[in-house]
Design a protein around this ligand. Structure first.
Ligand code: 4AD
Length: 475
C-alpha cells in the first residue's frame, strides 16, 4: 500500500497550508489550503482529473494534473472516497464557473478511505432508477445527495430562525419529556410501552407540560419529537415528527392567531435575509415568495359553505366512520354539513384553490380535544364551537393546530368527565387552574410539514432525517 503512494511527498518548501472547511475558502484565495472530504463528482481525462469535493459545508472543484495525477490512487479513485487535498486556491478563469468561484490546484493529496468500485460502487447501489423502498433502506446514502442534504441544511436554518424569533419575543425554550403517562390528542394514536411494569406512552404533544411552565417561565416553546400511531400512509403523516410547540399566557384568541402568523413570517424573513438559507430556498423552491400578511381567516362554518359552493364533497360514512360504497364499489359522495370533520382530501383541495396560507378557526367541540376553550354558544344552535385554529398551507394542508385552553377549574373537571378521562392522572395539569389560572393558548407546528411547504417537497418523508411511518423504523 505504501509503495503505491510513494511518489507523493508534500513539498516542504511551499508555504504551510491552512486547514479549512470548504465554506471558508474565499478567505484563502491565492494561498495554500488543506481540505478534507468526499469525492462527490469525478471527471478523469488523460492528463487531468477534476474532483468535486464535498465536506458538508459546501462543494469545491479541485484539479489534479501532472505528478499528483499519475499515482496509482489517482488512476483508481472512486466516487465517495474520502481524500485530503492540499493546494492553491485560485479564482476560476473568466468565463468558467465553479462552486464559490474558485478552485483548488492540488499539489499534494492523500487517499483516506477508498470507496469500492465495480458492482459495489456507490452509483450502482443508489441512482435515479433505484425504487423508493430501496431508497428508504438507503436513506443513509440518500442524504449525501445534493437535494436531500440541502433540505436538511434548510431544516437546520429553519429551526435556528425560529429559535431567534422566539428569543426576540421573550419566549424561552424548554425540553419536556418524551416518556409520559397522559394523553393529549386522544387515545387512538398513542404508542404504548411498558415502563418498569407500568403503562406509559411516547408523547403525542408537549402542550400540557408547556402549560405548566407559564407560571414559572412565562411564555415558552419547545422543539420536541412527537409520536403518533396513525396508520396513515399519506404524504404528510409520520409516526415520529418534530413538533414545535408554544404556549402563551394572558392572551385572547386573536392574539394567538396573530402570534402564529408573526412567528412564521418573521422566521421566513430571517431565512430570506441570510444568503446561505436564501440560496437553499432558491435551489429547492425557486418560485417561493414570502406569504403576505395578514393570513386569510376563515371560520369553520364559512369553510363548510365554501366547500359546498365549490362542489367539494366528502365520502358518506356509516356510523363507524367507514365510507359507504354504491353497487359498483364507488364511494358515495355527499355535501359537507356543519359538524362534519373536514377530511384531508377536501382540506387539500381547498388550500390548493385558495393558493395561500389560510387560518381555519372555530371548529366544533365534538371534533376537537378535551382541553379546548369553548366559544359562547350561539342562540338557536346545537353545535358548540371552540377557540381553535388550524393553519393550512398550499401543497401541504394543515401545518399548525392551536387553541385557547380551558382556564376554569370546574370546566376542566367537567371536560375530563365528558371525555371519560381519569382526572387523577392529570392532577398536575389541573393544578394550573387551581393555583392562579389565566387565559392562555398555544399551538403545535409540524416542522416537516412547514419544511415541505418552504422547500416544495412532495412528502414530509423528505423533510425528516430518518423518517418513520407504518412499517418503517430503520435505518
Ligand atoms: O393538531 P395537532 O394534533 O395538535 C396538537 O398536538 C396540540 N396539542 C398542539 C398544541 O396546541 N401544542 O398537531 C399539531 C401539528 C399539526 O398541525 C401537524 O402540523 C403536526 O403537528 N402533525 C404531524 N406531522 C407529521 N405527522 C403526523 N402524524 C402529525 N400529526 C400532527
Amino acid at each position: 500500500e505504501e509503495s503505491k503512494n510513494i511518489a507523493l511527498m508534500e513539498d516542504a518548501n511551499l508555504p504551510k497550508p491552512t486547514k479549512t472547511k470548504i465554506s471558508q475558502l474565499a478567505a484563502h484565495r491565492s494561498k495554500r489550503a488543506r481540505v478534507s472530504g468526499w469525492v462527490h463528482r469525478l471527471r478523469q481525462q488523460k492528463d487531468i482529473t477534476f474532483i468535486t469535493l464535498r465536506d458538508g459545508t459546501g462543494y469545491l472543484q479541485a484539479v489534479l494534473s501532472g505528478r499528483v495525477n499519475q499515482t496509482y490512487h489517482a488512476l483508481t479513485l472512486t466516487l465517495e472516497s474520502t481524500v485530503e487535498l492540499v493546494g492553491n486556491v485560485q479564482v476560476v478563469p473568466e468565463g468558467k464557473t465553479a462552486p464559490g468561484g474558485h478552485e483548488l490546484i492540488v499539489d499534494y493529496w492523500q487517499l483516506i478511505g477508498a470507496a469500492p468500485g465495480a458492482e459495489d460502487a456507490f452509483t450502482n447501489r443508489l441512482n435515479e432508477k433505484t425504487n423508493p423502498s430501496i431508497q428508504a433502506d438507503l436513506r443513509h446514502l440518500v442524504i449525501r445527495g445534493e437535494t436531500a442534504s440541502a433540505v436538511l441544511r434548510l431544516r437546520a436554518a429553519l429551526l435556528a430562525a425560529f429559535r431567534q424569533t422566539y428569543a426576540k419575543h421573550s419566549t424561552i425554550e424548554v425540553t419536556p419529556p418524551c416518556l409520559v403517562q397522559t394523553m393529549v390528542e386522544g387515545g387512538a394514536t398513542l404508542f404504548k410501552l411498558d415502563y418498569y411494569g407500568q403503562p406509559a406512552f411516547l408523547t403525542q404533544s408537549s402542550q400540557l407540560y408547556l402549560e405548566t411552565c407559564l407560571p414559572s417561565l412565562g411564555d415558552v416553546y419547545c422543539v420536541q419529537e412527537s409520536f403518533r400511531a396513525e396508520n396513515s400512509h399519506t404524504r404528510r403523516h409520520l409516526s415520529e415528527y418534530t413538533h414545535l410547540e408554544a404556549e402563551l399566557g394572558f392572551i385572547n384568541f386573536d392574539d394567538l392567531m396573530a402570534h402564529i402568523e408573526a412567528m412564521i413570517c418573521e422566521s421566513v424573513d430571517i431565512l430570506l435575509a441570510d444568503p446561505n438559507s436564501a440560496a437553499l430556498i432558491k435551489q429547492l423552491n425557486p418560485k417561493f415568495q414570502a406569504p403576505s400578511r395578514p393570513f386569510l381567516r376563515l371560520s369553520y362554518v364559512d369553510a363548510i359553505a365554501w366547500l359546498n359552493e365549490h362542489g367539494i364533497k366528502r365520502p358518506e360514512e356509516d356510523k363507524d366512520g367507514n365510507p359507504i360504497k354504491d353497487k359498483s364499489g364507488k364511494e358515495i359522495m355527499v355535501e359537507h354539513a356543519v359538524g362534519d370533520d373536514i377530511a384531508e382530501a377536501a382540506e387539500r383541495q381547498m388550500t390548493d384553490i385558495i393558493g395561500k396560507p389560510v387560518f381555519l378557526y372555530g371548529f366544533p367541540a365534538e371534533l376537537k380535544a378535551f382541553y379546548m376553550k369553548r366559544m359562547p354558544q350561539k342562540e338557536g344552535s346545537d353545535v358548540l364551537f371552540t377557540e381553535s385554529c388550524d393553519l393550512l398551507m398550499p401543497n401541504v394542508g394543515e401545518i399548525v393546530g392551536g387553541s385557547m385552553r380551558i382556564a376554569d377549574y370546574d370546566e376542566m373537571i367537567a371536560a375530563y368527565k365528558r371525555e371519560g378521562m381519569d382526572p387523577s392522572a392529570y392532577y398536575w395539569y389541573t393544578d394550573q387552574r387551581k393555583y392562579g389560572t389565566c387565559e392562555h393558548g398555544g399551538y403545535g407546528l409540524g416542522v416537516e410539514r412547514l419544511l415541505a411547504w418552504l422547500a416544495d417537497r412532495f412528502t414530509v418523508r423528505e423533510c425528516s432525517l430518518y423518517p418513520r411511518w407504518p412499517e418503517r423504523a430503520t435505518p
